[in-house]
Write a protein that binds this ligand. Structure first.
Ligand code: FE
Length: 339
């Protein structure tokens, strides 16, 4: 073998080694408010498909603050949240960057994207009103406005008004009806509560089962979770799920979603992961593992979720709701909702 040929073989080997090193160093860093039982199986699939390793930091609180603190030095590429009020905060704080991706544009309806493509919804969930099987029966005509009417006095249970799910609902009511009407509604709702806001969404359904209240404001997927939890199945069986405002604005839907961080060090991989999460495999997992509604149109809800029936969702643009987010928090304070 000539020296020249030897050298070529050597170089080819070296470059193969170099590219395999680059390949194995492929990674993406995710900060997640969403829980491991749901997110980890998806990331496994993504890594199996692409070879890109996913490092995840899970937390219930403080991730946005952490990215803010870390500034340009943050290694976070993606922020995963279980509601859009956090996505909005993240965007408003200048921590996200826009993403132009044909895949994301195709998979995610425009209604469920940030105004400047700085965040993207991955699933939707209905803010449902559950009614007591024993004392109410199905309430297909119930509205959010009913919850504030005198007929509902002492009958409503809900978690803290400051929780993102309730802030988003109020923001949607401000977007539809204006701040003054929304305030009147909020005061009426507060006056109708069976007890001070407390506990999580499922605790409200439990309270209906225990006879403390007749109606609970609770997200739709929790029904699936309770039905599949031996300790909670009796709570689930004590309620009907209703989709409010069918004759008017449609049911308020919140979303879980994703945003690309402003200083993402692994931007290309991060966008690949965003696209993966918006596509069939991950969308199906959201539907089956957590009983959420896929945002991608042709992906079906789980059998159980489909059995709750179709409903009309509020078709307001979520970015218009997001614009009322701060006003909603201010109103919650003004009426001292949780006190
Ligand atoms: Fe939740």
């Amino acid at each position: 073998m000539s020296i020249k040929k030897n050298l070529t073989v050597l170089l080819a080997g070296a470059s193969a080694l170099a590219s395999s090193m680059v390949y194995s160093a492929q990674e993406v860093n995710v900060y997640s408010y969403r829980q491991p039982f749901l997110i980890e199986p998806m990331m496994k699939e993504f890594t199996a498909e692409t070879g890109i390793k996913v490092n995840i930091l899970f937390a219930k609180k403080g991730l946005i603050e952490r990215i803010k603190r870390e500034g340009k030095l943050s290694t976070a590429d993606l922020m995963l949240t279980s509601d859009f009020s956090r996505l909005t905060m993240f965007t408003e704080d200048g921590l996200a960057q826009p993403v132009n991706s044909d895949v994301l544009s195709k998979n995610i309806p425009a209604q469920y994207q940030g105004a400047e493509k700085q965040w993207f919804a991955l699933t939707t969930r209905a803010r449902s009103i559950y009614s007591s099987v024993e004392r109410v029966g199905p309430a297909p005509n119930v509205t959010y406005q009913d919850l504030a009417s005198p007929a509902f006095k002492g009958k409503v249970c809900m978690r803290s008004g400051k929780h993102p799910y309730n802030v988003s609902l109020l923001a949607s009511i401000i977007a539809h009806e204006g701040e003054a009407k929304a305030k009147t509604w909020l005061e009426g709702l507060k006056a109708n509560l069976a007890r001070k806001p407390q506990g999580n969404d499922r605790a409200q359904v439990k309270a209906v089962k225990e006879g403390l209240c007749d109606y609970a404001l609770t997200n739709s997927y929790y029904l699936g979770k309770m039905l599949n939890d031996p300790k909670q199945v009796s709570w689930a069986e004590a309620v009907h799920i209703n989709f409010p405002n069918q004759a008017t604005t449609g049911t308020h839907v919140n979303v879980s979603g994703v945003a690309l961080t402003k200083y993402s060090p692994n931007k290309e991989n991060a966008i690949k992961l965003m696209e993966f999460l918006s596509d069939d495999v991950a969308q199906k997992m959201y539907a089956e593992i957590n009983y959420e509604y896929p945002v991608k149109e042709n992906v079906q809800a789980s059998k159980l979720v489909a059995s709750w029936g179709k409903f009309k969702a509020d078709d307001i643009k979520l970015s218009d709701v997001a614009a009322q987010h701060k006003a909603a928090i201010k109103l919650m304070d003004e009426v001292k909702f949780d006190l």
